[in-house]
Ligand binder design. Sequence first.
Ligand code: SF4
Ligand code: SF4
Length: 315
Amino acid sequence: MATAAAGTGLRGIIFNIQRFSTSDGPGVRTTVFLKGCSNECEWCHNPESIRRAPQLQVYLDRCIGCGRCVVACEHDGQHLEDGVRQYDRDVCVGCGRCAAECFSGALEICGREMTVDEVVAEAVKDEPYFRHSGGGVTFSGGDPVLYTDFLRQLLIACRERRLHVAVDTAGNYPWRLLESLLPHLDLVMYDVKILDPALHQRYIGNDGTRIRDNLERLTATGCPLIVRTPVIGGVNDTEEEIDGIARLIGGHEGLLYYELLPYHALGDAKLTSLGLALNGKFTTPDPTRLQALADVARRYVREVRPHAPKAITKP
Ligand code: SF4
Ligand code: SF4
């Protein structure tokens, strides 16, 4: 069924649609991941989500040397050198022609343009499960709020079907963007990673002022809210940081709970596939440490959920 939002011509770059997610809001959910973020977290476990444009991911160990990608590429991005296939990221435009010809899985294009109706058609496939579990659709990223107009149409289209809708956001944008979406949202999941401005600048690429200001405005609206902190060993796994964040969000009417999500190095294979260097300097906090930090947060927040060390919710 076409939605009322159809015909707007709006499109977004989607890099994953994950069904049966149980960690991106209440109940069983479908999570739609939009590509592009305004933060640059050094530990990002989804490095493919940071740039907005589609990107080619290369898994060298899967290449069988058939050469089909070389024929497919019009930009000389794939070529043979002494019979060995080589990839030149500098000339690649991310068109994905080579990946379409690669049957071994060595080349994958991350991100494809989709319309509102295409996304909604995928997102509603599990509608019966949403109804039974109290779930719905979560828009994540990257940061989906950066696609403000496209996201608004997605939210409206989902709401037309009476689906519960949530957004998972990193908060680094002008307040008016999120403000304009609030009338169409049932829940905001808001990441607060670091409070200390110098640390924020060092690891995330900005001092976090806008993120904190937007959180303050958001809590003032009373909107249902879940705050999440990825706990990164060696960065923010300190009492000072968690105490500061919990103090900031504690006591707000809309806050449902506060989640502590332990860092996991699952992003390493993706970094390699994108030709990026491994950082290797972050560690996963152990369960005892997470419990201790959760206890710190409980001084201010009624419900704190420390997660077991495993993959953070995004793919
Ligand atoms: S198409 Fe795939 S398997 Fe064949 S040479 Fe290119 S990367 Fe390797
Ligand atoms: S994504 Fe397109 S430009 Fe890049 S290497 Fe493949 S075919 Fe060439």
